[in-house]
Write a protein that binds this ligand. Structure first.
Ligand code: CP3
Length: 348
């Protein structure tokens, strides 16, 4: 199948398809027993991300079960700070831990000199997956957006209030701008390398875009995203970029209008009827079933899925979740969801 015929890429190109293509954020991961097996075999989570054969294997696992229209590279957004030399660990059941970068002195200890060398196994994973995805299935590369990656780099892990990263930004605007600028530069290179290795679209995950006041949203989310998209377009004009500005409320409209992204991924909170009218008229949209409906299953999952399909399948649309698949999700619920989406042309 030629690239332009891949349904996922056609939808991102603005085509309205009878059956919406789909993939799911975090489609690979701990809810799958076959993932847990490979994860154990690999050692640590970082070992898995840097083992091209095993990372390719876990990328393909969900496709074998559910036949998604796109594979997403198996890696993590925090491999970028890891490539900059920041100490990173994933603690069992607690999530990521990093040596926090809370000021300019710590920022100056980061280095780009070994970035591509350290992350080369990830580019190799992309090449390996590109040679192994089924016909008609697209391959997505990804990175975290500068703001969201900075959140973890400065905070040193997840947080409720994110007071360290906001404190750094609000106390030392110039210093924090230097961190964002560094992340813009390396993210462009990182995504370019993924594209050159075979990624056919890329997604920017901005999981924490929703915690900023409007003027700071423009400075740390919109402007860096615009810069990344412009630089990628200069090198790879035909590769679509999907932006995922999670939980950013009304700012999603400005984000969709001015960043230059090709498609916008909707989080769980965005009303699909509103999105059809105010976002899908600007750009193709992707989303946005609450992943907890999939964990819960049953009639409520069916109704929520159909509401999204009904609202958004009249325009260019990729079905997805509003956030990642959760660990406790029964794999058979995902199979039911995949069947519901595939049967939509006959059910609508
Ligand atoms: O979607 C996919 O299947 C591709 C792989 C992928 C992972 N993380 C694998 C992963 C992608 C695209 C991500 C993105 C990511 N990572 C985001 C953005 C999306 C979002 O969820 O908001 C963020 C914020 C991270 C950072 C991160 N990585 C956290 C906070 C955690 C710990 C929480 C958790 O779920 O464990 C991770 C670890 C992680 N990333 C796992 C996986 C499969 C679990 C690690 C394990 O197997 O032990």
């Amino acid at each position: 199948m030629s690239v332009s015929q891949k349904p996922f890429l056609a939808a991102l190109g603005g085509k309205v398809l009878d059956r919406p293509p789909f993939w799911l954020m975090r489609q690979a991961g701990r809810y799958l027993p076959e993932y847990r097996k490979v994860r154990q075999q690999a050692g640590s989570f970082i070992d898995l991300c840097l083992n091209s054969e095993l990372a390719c294997e876990v990328t393909l696992q969900p496709l074998r079960r559910y036949g998604m229209d796109a594979a997403i590279l198996f890696s993590d957004i925090l491999m970028v700070p890891y490539g900059l030399g920041q100490k990173l660990d994933y603690l069992e059941g607690e999530g990521p831990r990093l040596d926090p970068v809370t000021n300019v002195a710590a920022l100056e200890r980061l280095t780009v000199s070994r970035f591509h060398e350290t992350l080369e196994p990830i580019y190799q994973t992309v090449r390996t997956i590109a040679g192994a995805v089924p016909d008609g299935t697209a391959l997505i590369g990804f990175a975290g957006s500068p703001w969201t990656v900075a959140c973890y780099m400065v905070q040193g892990g997840g947080s409720k209030e994110w007071e360290k990263v906001k404190g750094f930004a609000y106390r030392d605007g110039k210093g924090f701008d230097a961190l964002i600028a560094l992340l813009v530069t390396v993210t462009v290179e990182y995504l370019s390398k993924q594209i050159e290795a075979g990624a056919e679209a890329v997604q920017l995950f901005d999981s924490w875009s929703g915690i900023l006041p409007a003027d700071r949203f423009r400075r740390y989310v919109i402007e860096p995203t615009r810069a990344i998209v412009a630089a990628l377009k200069a090198k790879h004009p035909t590769v679509p970029v999907i932006g995922f500005p999670r939980n950013c409320g009304v700012m999603i409209q400005e984000y969709t209008q001015v960043t230059g992204i090709d498609a916008v991924a909707l989080d769980t909170t965005v009303c699909p009827v509103w999105a059809a009218r105010h976002l899908q008229t600007l750009k193709p949209v992707q989303g946005n079933l609450d992943p907890i409906f999939v964990a819960a299953g049953g009639e409520s999952m069916v109704l929520a899925t159909d509401e999204i399909l009904r609202s958004l399948s009249g325009g260019p649309f990729v079905f997805n979740l509003g956030h990642g698949v959760t660990q406790g999700t029964p794999p058979e619920h995902v199979a039911i969801l995949a069947d519901l989406i595939r049967a939509w042309p006959d059910r609508r």
